[in-house]
Design a protein around this ligand. Sequence first.
Ligand code: ADP
Length: 444
Amino acid sequence: MKFKHQLAIFNALTRLLLILVLWLMLPVLVEKVVYNHINKSLLEKKQKFIEHLDKEEINDFIVRNDTSETYASFSTLHSEFLVLSRVPTANVVDKTLFINEPRIIEEERNDYRILQYYFKYENENYLLEIGNSLSEINDLTFIIRLFITIVLTIIIVITFLVDTFYIEYLLKPFYKIIDTKIRHINEPEAFDHTPVKSHSKDFQELDFVLNQMMDRISESFKKEKQFIANVSHELLTPIALLKSKFENLLQNASLEDSVVDKIVSSLSTLDLLKKIIANLLLISKIENNQYEANETINFDEIISNLIVDLQDRIEDKGLSFDKKIEHHFSFIGNKTLMHILFYNLIVNAIKYNKKSGKIEIKDGFLQGNYFLSISDSGIGMNEKQQVNVFKRFARVHFEQEGQGLGLAIVESIVQFHHIVIELTSEINVGSTFVLLFPNGQKPN
Ligand code: ADP
């Protein structure tokens, strides 16, 4: 998961948690505030009642001293009531209590907050109960809860969106650095040093450090390539010298056969060494962009010529060759290098094929990109072997002659031309190398 999504989810979750706690605490808070308010108003009512105790109606009840022993009054909607009753015991005198209790008034049952006050008046014990209905408060709590839920949900959605956009905006330079500076860079020389615009100091720093690091890598790359080129070049002269000395020695007619054999073997080793060095030099030159890429390439022509050149080897193995190039794809590149590329792939398709096997070369379009594929019905490679074959000196099948540089050269040529190469292969079934050509992209 991307950092920006993780951050947005984390923000949303913490906010959700906060809101949940608030939501759970809300009824408690509301009740506390409301009960405080009711208690206060009940106490005020009690105070008024006690102050007017000697007034007519209550006095009536007290003086009447009737059998019901109770004086009651309530509001029309039963939201409030007041009950005064005589009680026999006097053990709770002058004590005020608050309780929540259901009461039935005129056959209507309601929850009430009730103030209970025990007192003594003219030598009689009384209990005063003043109640306030709780149904309105319950309704109110529900409405507040609903309202808060809606408001909080809207807040969560809005802040989540704002957060996501803001994080996206903040991280834009970061993704730009990854895209333009790291992901699409195959070699340090292609690195773009233009500073990425950012308001954040951290990304400016990251960009700066990356530029510095790439400079150092680029310098090392250059040195390494130069070193390989120099060494290869320097080795070619002594090899040529040794070769001509051995060839001169061979002119000597008095040499014994065994010595002649040894010289011939040394000459072939020198030839192999020369080939390897020439190939390394070729890779080094391609990687150093020492080739021009301004020729129109005719794939059909190159491949047809190669088939003619390799006809002996094809016939030796009894291979059938199928070439189906049906499109005239115009490609600008280096003719010599493209010739080497197809030569290496076709020679491998012959070398690693079975007797009386098949080679097929065809072209077409894959998702709008022109492709050329070279398939053989040869010994194939497993997945692990396929991973390494493009590396220098990597060899899988040692029964055939080779130096393990053919596919390394192929790889440097495709990179030079911005061609993508894909390999699929199966043991004892065969291998297919697909070349995917860039659309309207110019080579180096
Ligand atoms: P080599 O000179 O050994 O042929 P390459 O670089 O051309 O060197 O190939 C590297 C290795 O990849 C080869 O040694 C061979 O084992 C394997 N290979 C290349 N092409 C094929 C193919 N068409 N079928 C099977 N194996 C192949």
